[in-house]
Design a protein around this ligand. Structure first.
Ligand SMILES: [Zn+2]
Length: 709
């Protein structure tokens, strides 16, 4: 489950609707792994540089004219807020965006070094060659549509239903993820996710997720609203334009048929809300069930072509979509299927085809669907594509340069202190029954927290990267990844395998593995900084770590037991008590008003607000554990406790344009950063640290302070 938005912070296993647990979601962020055939991410000019921060806290960015008890966010960030402009092409700007921009730049430099220096045949060389091929627009223009042509020819040569089934099966890739990184969209008719079995998490299961749409979601085909109708009309024009570029006649007629076929698939799709419900997704089908329950497609041929001929069981995440796919295969004439397959193939390859394809793709996915007006620089797209193809190789280069073993050890010690602090908090809980506490402690004892990068790197032998063949490299990389996923079936689950690239500015909670990953990308200043006292890191990344740990034990984490099995370990009374304690936090956040006519929805954001509260409290305890119970020394006139809370509030600095903030408040499960910073109000120590008194705006009487963990 997601922790944060794709490009910025990606996944929090516990955050069902997560857009950003620890950092601001970035409305500008492009999907890290663009879905096949979909959006080429919009472009952004370079944002203003982060200014150097003295003393580990941005002292100059504070506004000491504000009393901490009146507006702690402004006290910590007021001058920065006043002096910072949101870059013209961004909807928001803040700590997360600054760290991500820096990381992308460093990654590009590392890749270019690899291109120049690495020996042939090495993984580093593959990274260099992949990137250089992607950047070689001259070669790409010169080859024209030649790389695409064999696929179009194979589609044109389809003769019957058996051939269609095999062709559809051959497109299946490992490009979805039901609840770790949460990637619910694939442009292929189905997506494969090989992950721990929900019923027996020591073995891998083959999850099948719905797909096949060129538009983001079923609603885009079904919703009668004028805005959606307009998008459909523009999509039709876009498909026609792509057919023309690919040299296929009668593009307009083909486009019409493709949309009709996709609409049929879409009508059978599950909604996004249903797709986020693990209980609705956990449907076990035998291979023989497909012919009986989803007749119309030659499933044996389909699975054989997908490399799943010997797989006996599946978890079918959205059965209605599989049934709909069978019926559509039976009812829709083959020529229409050929148009559809051609459209999907063109879209899949567009990013590495000539500029006319890239521009047309962006005009629809970037501008019509996302409102962007400028395509991202090619080097940024090349970094993303290289990370998609060779993520752990790029990540390894990154950590070798920017994440020394000493820093990994320091972060691991922090995690250890946080786990200890969390254990003490479980012991002290008043709302959890003794039996449930014992289960919680058992789960905590075996929680696997991985820091920086995986213990074992993924093997990329067998992935052939050819200089000068951008299109072929992308295709081979996708095929390599699905084959690697298929090879896992039948082997024991590796709890040490990472779900996220090490250079991502993000973190992920993996509920079925009872594990979490904190990549080196987020273990960078101002979250984690070797040049400053550890107390500041506890306030910053420590609160993030605590937030994620708490998700494994809250109402979301209660669905997965200590082995990762889908099995609720709370009693009904535990849930009732949890909700009772939560009600006061709902009221607190309902009281925050970014605009006179719009308040934070305390119910919508409850789960994340609870995790923020838990994270901050646990991080504080862990900092005191690290200090042997004492406060950290005074620095720049700030006590240790003050440094802790200021570092916390400064990670939440963010500026958002009004439409983005309004949309965020209405749709996101996370409160905006300026309110997440106010979590401090619920901690007794904050009052002492800043001398906050009754009568000040943020003051809460001791009985009004909410304590969940
Ligand atoms: Zn969260």
């Amino acid at each position: 489950m997601r922790f944060a938005p794709a490009a910025l912070l990606a996944a929090c296993a516990a955050c069902a609707a997560c857009a950003a647990c620890t950092k601001e979601p970035d409305p500008d962020a492009a999907p890290r792994r663009p879905r096949p055939g979909a959006p080429t991410a919009p472009s952004r000019p370079a944002p203003p540089p982060a200014r150097p921060i003295a003393a580990g806290i941005d002292l100059a960015g504070m506004d000491r004219a504000v009393r901490p008890g009146d507006d702690f966010f402004a006290y910590a960030n007021g001058t920065w807020m006043a002096q910072t402009e949101i870059p013209a092409d961004r909807a928001s700007y803040g700590t997360g965006a600054i760290v991500s921009e820096l990381t992308a730049k460093r990654t590009a430099e590392l890749i270019q070094e690899a291109a120049a220096k690495a020996a042939p045949g090495t993984d580093a060389r593959k990274v260099g060659d992949f990137y250089a091929s992607y950047m070689d627009e001259v070669a790409i223009e010169a080859r024209g549509t030649a790389p695409l042509q064999p696929t179009l020819d194979a589609i044109a040569a389809l003769k019957d239903a058996a051939g269609l089934a095999a062709m559809l099966g051959s497109t299946i890739r490992a490009d979805v993820d039901a609840f770790n990184n949460t990637q619910l969209h694939t442009g292929n008719v189905l997506g494969l996710w090989v992950a721990a079995d929900l019923a027996a998490p020591t073995r891998y299961a083959a999850f099948l997720l719905q797909g096949g749409l060129g538009l983001p979601d079923r609603d885009f085909y079904i919703d009668p609203a004028p805005r959606m109708a307009d998008i459909r009309a523009r999509y039709e024009a876009h498909l026609a334009a792509m057919f023309k570029l690919a040299g296929l006649a009668d593009g307009a007629a083909r486009a019409k048929r493709v949309i009709e076929l996709e609409a049929r698939l879409a009508r059978a799709h599950a909604t996004r809300v249903d797709s986020s419900d693990v209980h609705k997704g956990n449907n076990r089908w035998k291979r023989s069930d497909f012919a009986a329950r989803a007749p119309g497609l030659d499933w044996e041929r389909f699975f054989a072509a997908a490399g799943l001929a010997s797989q006996a069981d599946f978890i079918v995440w959205q059965p209605s979509a599989v049934i709909g796919l069978g019926a559509t295969a039976r009812d829709v004439p083959l020529p229409t299927w050929k148009d559809y397959l051609a459209a999907r193939a063109i879209a899949r390859g567009a990013a590495v085809l000539p500029k006319a394809f890239v521009d047309e793709q962006f005009a629809f996915y970037g501008t019509v669907l996302s409102g962007s007006t400028k395509l991202r620089d090619r080097w940024k797209r090349a970094v993303d594509a290289t990370s998609e193809a060779l993520g752990e190789v790029v990540g390894k280069l990154y950590v070798e340069r920017y994440f020394p073993a000493s820093e990994k050890a320091r972060a691991e010690q922090m995690v250890k202190n946080e786990l200890a602090a969390f254990g003490r908090r479980i012991d002290a809980l008043t709302w959890m029954s003794a039996a449930t506490k014992a289960r919680a402690k058992a789960k905590l004892a075996v929680l696997k927290v991985s820091v920086g990068y995986p213990d074992r790197w993924r093997d990329h032998r067998g992935l052939d990267i050819a200089p000068g063949d951008a299109y072929g490299n992308a295709e081979r990389a996708r095929l390599f990844h699905v084959k690697a996923a298929l090879r896992k079936l039948g082997t024991p689950v590796d709890r040490g395998e990472w779900a996220m690239d090490p250079h991502l500015v993000n973190a992920v909670n993996l509920p079925a593995l009872n594990a979490m990953n904190f990549p080196a990308g987020i273990l960078q200043p101002p979250f984690f900084d070797p040049k400053r006292p550890a107390v500041m890191d506890y306030g910053a990344i420590g609160a993030v770590i605590g937030h994620e740990i708490s998700h494994s034990f809250d109402d979301q984490g209660s669905e997965f037991d200590e082995t990762g099995r889908l099995a609720n370990w709370w009693t009904k009374e535990d849930l009732a008590h949890f909700k009772e304690a939560a009600a006061r936090l709902v009221k607190q956040y309902d009281g925050y008003r970014p605009f006179p006519d719009l308040a934070i929805n305390g119910t919508l954001t409850l789960g994340e607000n609870i995790a923020d509260l838990a994270g901050l409290a646990v991080a504080y305890d862990a900092y005191r554990i690290a200090q042997g119970g004492k406060q950290a020394p005074v620095i720049a006139g700030l006590t240790g406790d003050q440094q802790f809370f200021l570092a916390f509030a400064q990670t939440w600095r963010t500026k958002m344009r009004e439409p983005a903030l309004r949309q965020r408040v209405l749709t996101d499960g996370h409160s905006p950063g300026q309110y997440r910073a106010l979590t401090v109000r619920n901690l007794d120590v904050w009052y002492g640290a800043f001398g906050v008194k009754a009568g000040e705006a943020l003051y809460l009487g001791p009985s009004d302070r909410v304590r969940m963990w």
